[in-house]
Design a protein around this ligand. Structure first.
Ligand code: FRU
Length: 477
């Protein structure tokens, strides 16, 4: 099959009419139809935020990658635009893989990976990945400029360029796999077209993965942060439980030098579904990330409905005193709030109290008085498939999903400090939940698949008493 933007648009037009919308997001970004994975090319250009994404318009399965495209004035109301890139040149004939966007004067420049096999695609030795450029004046139609960085000798997996400006230079970080070692390669340019290799920015030691995808390098609070998505890390206790991780290292970087770490790898999000995050700057200087709210090889039951995958809420980053990233919903998310419903619940003892009949698009606020609570388990449930609760024996906040009919059963959790109050902001959408713990301390995000008639919210406290100092929900637009 040959691909073009016109064909993609025709397919999307007819496929989007046939969607079953039971789990389609009410306020998150998803494709009009078909498949979505990584966010790409997040950027502010000419008065709009642009979000591109890995996209296969023809079916809800991964296929030769296109770049889907949407724009927004406020990061929460998105308008779909025509597909921006389709795999149609010799340099990207098997896919337009992930990449980034920068504003160069009056031009919007996309830098992405051309994915191609020279010969039999069943053999990885035939795989070549190159970095390509496409430019636009209107932010909607893109002109392909071809390859700007060829595959370095010895590499096959070499992808996901993230470009940023530092002084008079453009820099590009690219994920790579050298035999079984994940790496990040660094390049420099003055014109986005001619690039000089500057060596290895950082690479995996034992247990840090065979491939580092989607690298990103930025400054928070005077420190450099290297965010990336390693493949091949093993699970370790409560950490690294997902198939692949998305996390960061903090440290120092000076142009032309390798990255000097000052800490160990930390996951961005401790839920089941958060990967391939990318950051960008807002015009007022905030560092915001959006991730893919899914995980490779997850069952994605919404495939039955003609679509697959969604992006996370935009999350603003800060760095705490102890060099940990704090993630809070970008302030624009508050713009979705409609009415506030306080829940008149204070003390619960061995009981369950229904608080909402049908939760579809809601922001829930819960403040637990942990010192005053002795229940073994207390928290919130959605239907019979999701519970978010304090396990006081484990001293952890647990997110449990239980959808055996969709092969999705299991927990993720984060540690709690003894006896301090626990504040939660939970964002519920048709098939997702994002839990922000203690004003950005940690975050857990997972896809959920409630039956349409089982979306009631209830508070519960088992084996003892639980005390709430504040509880309620915003209906979201
Ligand atoms: C990450 C990733 C990238 C690649 C893209 C392909 O999820 O594997 O490394 O560019 O997805 O769709």
């Amino acid at each position: 099959m040959t691909y073009s933007i016109l064909k993609a648009e025709q397919a999307l037009q007819s496929n989007s009419e046939a969607l079953n919308l039971r789990w389609y997001p009410r306020y998150h970004l998803a494709a009009r139809a078909g498949w979505i994975n990584d966010p790409n090319g997040l950027v502010w250009f000419d008065g709009w935020y642009h979000a591109f994404y890995q996209h296969y318009p023809y079916s809800p399965h991964w296929g030769p990658m296109h770049w889907g495209h949407a724009r927004s004035r406020d990061l929460v109301h998105w308008e779909h635009l025509p597909v921006a890139l389709s795999p149609q040149g010799p340099e990207d004939k098997d896919g337009c893989f992930s990449g980034s966007a920068v504003v160069d004067g009056d031009t919007l420049a996309l830098i992405y990976t051309g994915h191609k096999f020279h010969g039999d695609p069943g053999d990885e030795k035939n795989l070549y990945q190159v970095q390509c450029l496409a430019t636009s004046r209107d932010g909607v139609h893109f002109e392909r400029q071809g390859i700007v960085v060829d595959t370095p000798p010895g590499l096959h997996h070499f992808r996901d360029p993230k470009v940023f400006r530092e002084g008079n230079n453009w820099y590009m970080v690219v994920g790579a796999r050298l035999e079984d070692t994940g790496q990040i390669r660094l390049f420099r340019s003055t014109d986005l077209r001619h690039w000089q290799e500057e060596g290895i920015l950082d690479e995996a030691e034992e247990e840090m993965g065979f491939m580092w995808e989607c690298p990103d390098l930025f400054v928070l609070n005077g420190k450099h942060v290297l965010m990336f998505s390693p493949q091949g890390m093993s699970a370790n206790g409560f950490n690294n439980r997902n198939l692949f991780q998305c996390g960061y290292l903090t440290g120092e970087w000076h142009p032309g030098q390798p990255f000097v770490r000052s800490g160990t790898f930390t996951e961005m999000d401790n839920g089941h579904d958060f990967y391939a995050a990318q950051s960008f700057l807002t015009p007022d200087g905030r560092r915001v990330v959006i991730g893919w709210l899914d995980m490779w090889e997850s069952p994605l039951p919404e495939r039955a409905d003609g679509w697959a995958g969604m992006l996370s809420l935009p999350r603003e980053l800060t760095l705490s005193e102890n060099n940990r990233i704090q993630m809070r919903p970008a302030k624009e998310v508050e713009g979705l709030r409609q009415s506030w419903f306080p829940w008149p619940v204070n003390t619960m003892k061995n009981q369950q109290i229904k608080v909402v009949e049908n939760a579809e698009a809601m922001e829930v606020i819960l403040c637990w008085d942990c010192a005053g609570s002795d229940a073994e388990q207390y928290g919130l449930s959605l239907g019979d498939g999701l519970r978010i609760y304090v396990d006081s024996q484990l001293q952890r906040l647990v997110l449990e999903r239980n959808y055996p009919q969709h092969s999705l059963v299991g927990t993720r959790s984060v540690p709690l400090s003894d006896g301090t109050p626990l504040t939660l902001r939970l964002f519920i959408d048709s098939s997702s939940v994002e839990v922000f713990v203690n004003d950005g301390e940690t975050c857990m995000s997972s896809r959920i698949y409630p039956d349409t008639d089982r979306r009631e919210l209830a508070l519960f406290s088992w084996s003892g008493t639980a005390v709430l100092s504040d509880a309620g929900a915003w209906q979201l637009e």
